[in-house]
Design a protein around this ligand. Structure first.
Ligand code: TXA
Ligand code: MG
Length: 325
């Protein structure tokens, strides 16, 4: 059909094609897949570029941290630190609709874009057999937000994903309707708090723990992790929209503005998003080396992922009115 010629459309994969879906994920593609809660928009969590494409596909105006999906609790140790409470909860409720926010482990290998630069990571072991089979075959952690465009309702059928994101993802694995149909319950374990009510009832968790769960669901708080702490902000003050070099600063370039480092020499916002958190860290150490007291960043266009990049940079550039944790 002539009208569809310019519109890329996702492959619809059947359960028999799980090996193909796994291969695509390993190759950096975006593959939506069913879990027992909702469909997730999956990407290799160790690939900054793949994860950046997730944010682009969803049209998210900011980099919210994503949930990392693994095939089994035994795969968590390489990524995060589990205390006794986390281990208890995992033994009781994984696989299932529970996400645990845990401290990141050194050498975790995840793209910093997955955690939005935080020092914690949200991890989930889904129960749906198709998701488990897929994750097992991928053999790497898979980052997956709900497979809906930003601001729209979550997808619980492959057709919902096709309708919302069909022209922006590479494949949709069709496993039929989701059993739970509601996103996972999110718990932070240290200190223990409920961050999002979801597919696992709070009462069940409280019964298992033998204590009541404190709530920490301040609206906007989790959506804006930058406001939780200054983890993602560099140690030095940051200035945006800078087009020329200054001896007192490390310049992070973009496109035609070349700096000490570059978000993307070709001016590609997806590449820039994938490198953003790494470069902010790098710029800090470079500044320490050359005795610079500021980080300058070249202008980034306010289009596509550029909006999320600029959102993050504005937060990093904002006055430091929060106490350091
Ligand atoms: O059921 C689900 O959880 C689905 C399926 C696909 O697994 N996923 C899902 O992802 O709902 P998403 O991106 O729509 O919601 C993930 C939320 C983030 O918006 C944030 O609130 C929270 O998880 N989150 C992720 N990492 C976090 C962290 N390090 N600290 C606190 N909250 C975090
Ligand atoms: Mg969502």
């Amino acid at each position: 059909m002539a009208s569809t010629q310019t519109r890329r459309h996702a492959l619809l994969l059947t359960p028999a094609e799980v090996p193909e879906a796994a291969k695509m994920l390993r190759d950096g593609a975006l593959v939506a897949f069913p879990t027992e809660t909702v469909y997730g928009l999956g990407a290799d969590a160790t690939s900054g570029r793949a994860v950046a494409r997730v944010f682009a596909a969803k049209g998210r105006p900011a980099f919210n941290p994503l949930i990392v999906h693994v095939a089994g609790a035994d795969q968590v140790a390489a990524l995060a630190v589990m205390d006794a409470t986390a281990r208890d909860l995992a033994a009781r409720f994984w696989p299932g609709p529970l996400t645990l926010v845990l401290p990141l482990r050194e050498g975790h290998g995840l793209s910093p874009l997955v955690t939005a630069g935080l020092d914690t990571v949200a991890i989930r072991v889904p129960a749906a057999p198709l998701a488990r089979d897929l994750l097992q075959r991928v053999g790497r952690p898979v980052a997956a937000p709900s497979a809906n465009p930003s601001g729209r309702v979550s997808a619980t059928r492959a057709a919902h994903v096709m309708d919302g994101l069909g022209d922006r993802v590479d494949a949709v694995l069709d496993g039929g309707p989701c059993g739970v149909g509601l996103e996972s319950t999110i718990l932070r374990t240290a200190p223990l708090a409920l961050l999002r009510a979801g597919g696992l009832a709070v009462e069940e968790i409280e019964a298992a723990l033998g204590r009541s769960l404190p709530r920490d669901m301040t609206p906007g708080k989790v959506q804006a992790p930058g406001q939780l702490s200054s983890h993602y902000a560099p140690a030095r003050p940051l200035r945006m929209g800078v087009t020329s070099r200054d001896r007192q600063a490390v310049l992070i370039g973009f496109g035609p503005v070349s700096g000490d480092l570059s978000l993307s020499e070709s001016g590609d916002v997806i590449e820039a998003a994938a490198r953003l958190f790494d470069l902010l860290h790098l710029a800090d150490s470079l500044a320490a080396e050359k005795g610079a007291d500021r980080i300058d960043v070249a202008p980034v266009p306010e289009t596509g992922l550029g909006r999320a990049i600029n959102d993050r940079l504005r937060r990093a550039a904002a006055p430091r009115d929060m106490p350091q944790p």
